[in-house]
Design a protein around this ligand. Structure first.
Ligand SMILES: [Zn+2]
Length: 472
């Protein structure tokens, strides 16, 4: 069985976060009342004419530039003809022969091994409406019809489910860095189609199947593993693989045949007679390039120069929202390493406890900055800092007030601490002897005792200094 290669290519549909739709002035807004953001253009009433949204073009180009594509100066919108109830026009405006962006790629890392995944193209198209199945039957909402999409098509460069997921995570992260899509998997603003085939080493590529509309990384991982095993079992049993589109059933953990896979000629693509070819000059592309925000690799370099380790810099830039958060805290409390340590330990612990694959930091940067400043200056100790952090993660409260209310102010009064410690030292001659003999670990015992005597408020560093002084 292990003599087989798995070959995977991915098509990612990502909705662009423009204010309006791709070819009309309707609002591009998720969650509005059904069929309120529609007009004669996006529902294809007779005589209505599409007008291309400049912002959608710019966002598509921005993404193309971020992943190293060549931006074509000439591209063409075509009609992809098919009937489905969510597509009132019976065609989708897309690009086939002359797409907006070609080439480029992304580097991924799996188990410490780096690999470059090439892109075939990124083209601009419009989304279809949405069918809602309920007890009454099936309803249709055309609000999404005409929303701008980019389809990002990779080369079949991935050979495992893990590589496919690493690529999708990197792609999503890049879309978020560039800021052209909100990439909400739950709302369907980013969707994944998987093309997969298996073949034996040295033999030509096998027949591929397509898995449609997977909407979580976990689903992609499981679906690829299942489908690759299924294809191998079919071949081993002497049955051919049928070129088809398959549906992933997440509950059953299986793929099912939906329909035989259509080829592009089945859609009778032809240039949309209502839209002239899109021509973009080099100068225009350069103007857009100047708007490219800082991407993760650039931020990694900046953070390294602040003294962060490569590992920390990589961790903190894995999502733009994490890097933005880090920088927002630094603006108020410029201690990069100290802030980074708290984020990679405490913030990430909270994030990892979130089940959802889309994890957001819920503490306000200003609250964390104030708390960390108090911690760094010794006004509160680590236990106090953690206690406050638990609260400000849940709600927006002033950490200074919390310190007062919870009585977390650290005991920094040397005189008072000494009083406490003299008693502890006198009561524990054995521990004193051990410490004197050079057993540094015994210090933890004294710190613990001091914490107990002060309800956790003692400044541990001062405790250590005083104990050393006392046993001299
Ligand atoms: Zn419209």
């Amino acid at each position: 069985m292990s003599a087989y290669n798995t070959v995977i290519g991915l098509e990612v549909h990502s909705e662009l976060n423009t204010k309006t739709k791709c070819f009309c002035a309707c609002k591009n807004e998720f969650g509005d009342k059904p069929n309120t953001n529609c007009c004669p253009v996006c529902t294809a009433m007779p005589g209505a004419l599409p007008v291309l949204n400049r912002d959608a073009v710019e966002r598509a180009i921005l993404m193309g530039l971020a992943v190293g594509c060549k931006i074509n100066n000439y591209s063409v919108f075509e009609r992809k003809n098919y009937f489905y109830p969510d597509l009132s026009k019976a065609y989708q405006i897309s690009q086939l022969e002359y797409p907006l962006c070609v080439g480029g790629g992304l580097e991924i890392e799996v188990d410490g091994k780096k690999k470059f995944i090439r892109l075939d193209r990124i083209h601009l198209e419009e989304d279809a409406g949405k069918l809602i199945h309920d007890n009454a039957g099936t309803l249709v909402d055309y609000n999404r019809g005409g929303v701008p999409l980019i389809e990002i098509v990779s080369k079949p460069d991935m050979n495992s489910a893990e590589e496919a997921v690493a690529y999708l995570q990197k792609l999503r992260s890049t879309l978020l860095y560039v800021g052209v899509s909100d990439c909400k998997m739950q709302e369907g603003s980013i969707r994944f189609d998987v093309n997969i085939s298996v073949n034996k080493e040295g033999e030509p590529l096998g027949t591929r199947t397509e898995l449609k509309n997977l909407n979580s990384f976990k689903a992609v991982l499981r679906a690829i593993k299942y489908e690759s095993n299924r294809q191998i079992e079919e071949l081993e049993a002497g049955r051919p693989i049928i070129q088809e589109t398959r549906r992933w059933d997440d509950e059953k953990g299986k793929t099912y045949s939906m329909r035989s896979k259509e080829d592009s000629q089945d859609y009778r693509y032809f240039p949309d007679p209502d839209l002239i070819p899109l021509e973009v000059s080099e100068e225009y592309i350069e103007r857009i390039r100047a708007k490219l925000p800082k991407l993760s690799h650039q931020r990694v370099q900046e953070y390294l120069s602040m003294g962060l380790s490569e590992q920390d810099a990589t961790l903190i830039t894995q999502e733009r929202s994490y890097a933005d958060f880090f920088e927002a805290v630094l603006k108020l409390f410029n201690e990069p390493k100290f802030v980074c340590n708290w984020i990679t330990a405490e913030v990430f612990k909270k994030l990892n406890a979130i089940e959802d694959e889309e994890r957001t930091i819920s503490v306000k940067p200003e609250n964390l900055a104030v708390m960390l400043k108090m911690y760094k200056q010794g006004e509160i100790n680590q236990a106090g800092a953690r206690k406050i952090f638990d609260i400000i993660w849940e709600k927006d409260v002033d950490p200074v007030k919390l310190v007062d209310e919870l009585g977390l102010k650290q005991m920094n009064d040397a005189g008072a601490l000494k009083e406490v410690l003299v008693k502890i030292v006198n009561d524990n001659p054995k521990a004193v002897k051990e410490l004197k003999d050079g057993n540094e670990k015994t210090m933890a015992f004294f710190v613990g005792q001091a914490m107990r005597a002060t309800q956790g408020k003692a400044n541990p560093k001062m405790v250590a200094d005083i104990v050393k002084e006392l046993i001299k």
